[in-house]
Each structure stands twice: as C-alpha cells, then as structure tokens.
Write a new protein. Sequence first.
Length: 463
Amino acid sequence: MTKPTERTLTSVQSPLSPGEQKDRAVLLLVGAAETPGLSPKMRLQVLGGELLIGRRSPDETRPGAHALVLNDGVVSGQHARLLRGAGGWEIDDLGSKNGTWLDNARITERTKLRDGALLFFGNHVGIFRLASSLEVEAMKSELVSPLGPVATVSPALAVACDRLRRLSSSEGELLIMGETGVGKEVYARAVHVSSGRKGRFMAINCAAIPRELVESELFGYRQGAHSTAHQAKPGLIEEAEGGTLFLDEIGEMTGEAQTKLLRFLQDRELTPLGATRPRRMDVRIIAATNRTGTTTGGAGKGAAGLRDDIVARLGAAPIHLPPLRSRVEDLGALVAHFLRSSPGVTFEQPAFRALCLHTWPLNVRELEKIVSTAAVLSAGAKPIGLRDLPEPIARAIESAPSAGARKVSGPTPTPAQLEELLRRYDGNVADVSRELGKHRAAVWRWIKKFGIGPQKFRKGTED
C-alpha cells in the first residue's frame, strides 16, 4: 500500500533544461479584426529562412521561402516579409498600400525584430517570438488538444499546460502562481477534468471570506462546536471527497489554518471542529496564490504568505501562469471565446489593434468584461469600434492611424467644419475620420463635445 507521504510531488523537473536555447523563430497570429479567432493551423507559423505575407501566393522563385496567404482585403498581394538577417530576424515592407506596422509605428525600411514584437498588417495582428524546440512542440500539442477552454500559443503558458497535463493523473498536490485574473481556477478545473477523478471540483477563495472562518469552511464542524454551531456543517474538504479542492489565494490563510491543512496533507485525515475521531479522505489539493515570491528558507512564512513546509508539501517547483500582457498572442482566441454567445460580432480595425496594445493590468478577467460590454454597446448590429471601448484602451491606438486613413495632421475642427463634413458624408463618421486623418475615437469625442447629433445627417444606415 502506498504511504500517504509518498503521494506528493515536491520536486517536479521542468521540461526545459537549463541549457535549452530559444533558437526557433515563430510568428504567432493573434487574430484579425473581422475574425478574432483564427484556425489552429493559422495561429502558429514556424519560420525557416523567409516568410512572405500577402493576399496572393508568391511564385516559386525564392528558395527556402514560405508564404502566409491571408484572406484580407486590406492586405496587399505581396505585403511584407520576415527574413533572417546577419544580426537576427528582420521585417521588411514590400511596398504595401496600407503599410506594415511594428508595435505602434509604421516601418519605412527593413527593421530588426525583437522577441515579443507586435506586428500589424491589414486587419491582422501577429507577434514575433523566439522559442525553444520544446516550447514549439508544447504549442503544437496545445493546438491539437488544449488543456483549458482556449488553446494557447504562448510559449510560457504552453509549457505550463504541458506540465499540468502530465501531472493531472497523479495524486500529488499542485501549487499554481499567477497574478489576479490570469485564470488560475480555470486551469485548476482543467486539471481536475483531465485527471478523471469522479468527485466534485470545489473551489474556495481564501481571501474572500473572513480569516477566522477559513478553518471552519475547510474542515467543517459538528453541532455544538461553537456558540453558533446549531447543527453540523460539512467542510469543503468533505464535500470534495473523491474529487479536487482548489484553494485560491492560499497565502491569506491564518497560520493556524495552514498548520491544520499541513496535517491533512500529511495523513489525509480530517477532523472537523468539535469532533474527536478523524476521517480518512480522498481529496486532491490544488492551491494558488497571486504573490510571486517563494519562501525565506526558514521555518516561518515566505514572501508568498505561506509556511515554508506548506510550500514544500504543495510542490517545490510551483507552476507559473503568465499574465495576459505577456501572452497577447492568445488575445484573439480569448475574444472569440468570450463572444461565443454573440456569433458574427466583429471589430473595426483600430478597435482590435487597441485591444492588442493595451497592457491589461487585470488580465483575462478584464478582457472578458470589456469585450462582453463592447458587444452590448455595439448592439451586435455593427462591428465593435473604439467608441465601444473604455477611453484608456481607445487612447492606445491614437498615435497609429488605421490602414487607409490619410496621414494628415491638423488642428481640431470647429463645430461648423465638423457639421459640414458630416453633412457631406451623410453622417458617416468613418468617412469623416478618414477625411481628417484622425481616428474615429477622436471624431466621436468632438461630436460629443460639440453636442452634434450625426444621425440627423444620415440618409441610410448608421455608421
């Protein structure tokens, strides 16, 4: 019989060896304004000697060159190329009509690419990354069989998912680290599903309940255990029998609760408050914290708010989930996932670019809220535009005109000038913004500021 103390994985080796080199170049397609969620085949482009990007397939005169053909009316026939230069990988615009953009600036000459560079061509957005061969294989596996609800092409997250998938069938505890909103509970639930455990998946946010009640919530109590215990109450551990208990923000637990949890992890025996006899339980523990520190190395609490012996018991090598700002390559797939109940919703090009340029301090949770709100504001009758996004996100794109916009700078138009343009273009704000060489978000702000109702100039459908 296996001893309980042998069930914990305390030193899981990372699949990346210390000498693994990031010597593979990849172009990761984030998505497109008209189709945020792309097919798995499109999302990962492993680069060889040269990659040609355009709307038409090139001829076969470039040995070693591969083509990325995009069904995008704003992309030129031969738009841009990525190639390996003497000093590393570079991007070159091939005289495209609407330009190629690196981060937030249009390129005018061959430009060196940095790891994580954000690329804009037509309605499409991509990210250039350097990855190891193991990361590339992890990304390929994710696209075939994702661990979570959305396949990731983030090298860091793909490796984390690979580890979680391989550990899911074990009985050992896991410790997941990541900022608030990165999806720690989502991946804990995915591990539970992958594990095949027949019991329930139970989750508790240790930071959301009073610290003095965490212990009773976890372990339960018997009738009469304290002044308000009028009847017995099973704890979450008991309710998760045969399944998985997810302890989010475990660092918020009191020291006393951590001590009792450690005893449970050691012998898998539960003693509710007020009880005298322990009960043996079959429950897997997955814990998570948003604190990135580890431990002090002493006998007390470490930087993550956890006792060192708890960390050692949960796993000496915690699994880190990267923040959204470090995996923008997944943004399009996430957007499509959040809009699954609103099929057919698309984006105007500047709005989709703005999402890609935002830094997402609140991570995936923030993206879900903003996208679902924008879908409501757009009423599903027209593409989501900058006007449907929060102003801080809309501002991210203002210094980069959309493809096809006139590159004209000038002062703010007067109310009379703005009304004249709206009259000329039948209230079409998109046409007015192109005439002014300004973004629609700016034009909409002037309309609001001047109290102008563009609908009175419209003869047909709305902009």
